[in-house]
Design a protein around this ligand. Structure first.
Ligand code: 3PG
Ligand code: MG
Length: 385
């Protein structure tokens, strides 16, 4: 926990930059990896800040997990969307010819914005390659990480790049660290954790970290199905991480664990919590003073199975004494769809990154900013192609 308090002091955040003492060209890592545009929106203040200071901006992002070039995962459309948010043209660069990109940037006017093609088209990105990082670094004078959701990945444009450029944290990244660390440091009690959705295994770290710190765990979705199945409950054909039995077994021993007691079932699958569980969970929510929510409690995309998540969201927003935090792609989509979004105290842009942060792990992207000591070193271009 102290690690992140220390990080808040150590990292150079854009919010602390006075005047125009940044370089001319910024290489900015964002995360466009969601079906909706919410993550992109959260990066707008950082981009506008840089544009206002006359910086040329080169945006890097990934989408999906491509192995090589996959045109379906091109960032072309994202560049257009970003242009709408910024109210100015955004040029898309469809290739990785670094010499050419450097020339484009050199010729560009101050305040121009460019989006480079999906950086995961290059396998070196996943490998945290120093060669790729140097090439990317050679395109700018400083680097900004405004991609909290990707900060749990040790990728070249998140981690290695900070070895070659003076590196800053963006506005949203700063908000994420400060809000999430507050919860780890001294949460008001009772502290309640609500978990649902899919990817049950991703939630294990958080469950274990908070075993003694949280006062109650309310579990639905795939993690609940997995636990119910281990308990011997007939879950029919519901999704469950049966391969993860061993890892989930100790969770069943948590005294503070509440599992669904009734469900809505269709085609032999549990698709939502039932009315008794809604009441049971809502009672706990009403008592909470801090609450973390990751993962809807039912398949809310279908109207019939949105009730459980709706009941819990209503209970959360009507508890005015509670600091409410939510995160994760599906949860955010749910909150936005039903108008709960603005009623939460903080909504994290991170999915896996938020879970890892809250589980007390060091995120490689934040670690890299913490360690980056580069002042104004500009590496020589290493053109590979
Ligand atoms: C996310 O959407 O969680 C981030 O963009 C990270 O993507 P990844 O899980 O494919 O690394
Ligand atoms: Mg993920």
């Amino acid at each position: 926990m102290w690690y992140y308090i220390f990080a808040l002091l150590m990292i150079k955040f854009l919010s602390k930059v006075k005047g125009n003492d940044l370089g001319k060209t910024a290489v900015v890592r964002l995360d466009f990896n969601t079906e909706d545009d919410w993550r992109m929106r959260t990066a707008v203040p950082t981009l506008k800040f840089l544009i206002k200071r006359g910086c040329k901006v080169l945006v890097l992002s990934h989408k999906g997990r491509p192995k090589g070039v996959d045109k379906k995962l091109s960032l072309n459309k994202n560049a257009k969307k970003l242009s709408g948010f910024l109210g100015k043209p955004v040029k898309f660069i469809p290739h990785f010819n670094f010499g050419e990109i450097r020339e484009i940037l050199e010729k560009a006017k101050p305040g121009s914005v460019f989006v480079l093609e999906n950086i995961r088209f290059l396998k070196e990105e996943y490998e945290n390659s120093s060669v790729l990082a140097k090439n990317l670094a050679s395109l700018g004078c400083f680097y900004v990480n405004e991609g909290f959701p990707i900060s749990h990945r040790k990728d070249a444009s998140v981690s290695a790049i900070t070895k070659f450029l003076p590196s800053y944290g963006g506005f949203q990244l700063e908000k994420e660290i400060s809000n999430l660390s507050k919860i780890i440091k001294k949460p008001a009690r009772p502290l309640l954790i609500i978990l649902g959705g899919g990817k049950a295994g991703d939630k294990l770290g958080l469950l274990k970290f908070f075993e003694r710190r949280a006062d109650k765990f309310l579990v639905g979705g795939e993690p609940a199905n997995t636990l119910l199945w281990i308990k011997g409950v007939d879950i029919g054909e519901s999704i469950a991480e049966k391969d993860n039995r061993r890892a989930f077994l100790p969770i069943l021993k948590f005294r503070k664990l509440l599992l669904p007691i009734d469900y809505h079932i269709q085609s032999k699958k549990i698709l939502d919590i039932g009315p008794k569980t809604e009441k049971l969970f809502a009672l706990e929510v009403a008592r909470a003073r801090t609450l973390i929510w990751n993962g809807p409690l039912g398949l809310f995309e279908k109207r019939r199975f949105e009730k459980g998540s709706m009941a819990i969201a209503r209970a959360i927003v009507s508890n005015k004494k509670c600091f409410s935090l939510a995160g994760g792609g599906e949860t955010v989509m749910f909150l936005r769809k039903y108008g709960f979004f603005d009623k939460f105290n903080f909504v994290s842009t991170g999915g896996g990154a938020m879970l890892e942060f809250l589980a007390g792990e060091k995120l490689p992207g934040i670690e890299a900013l913490n360690k980056s000591k580069v002042k104004s070193l500009k590496p020589k271009l290493q053109v590979k192609n």
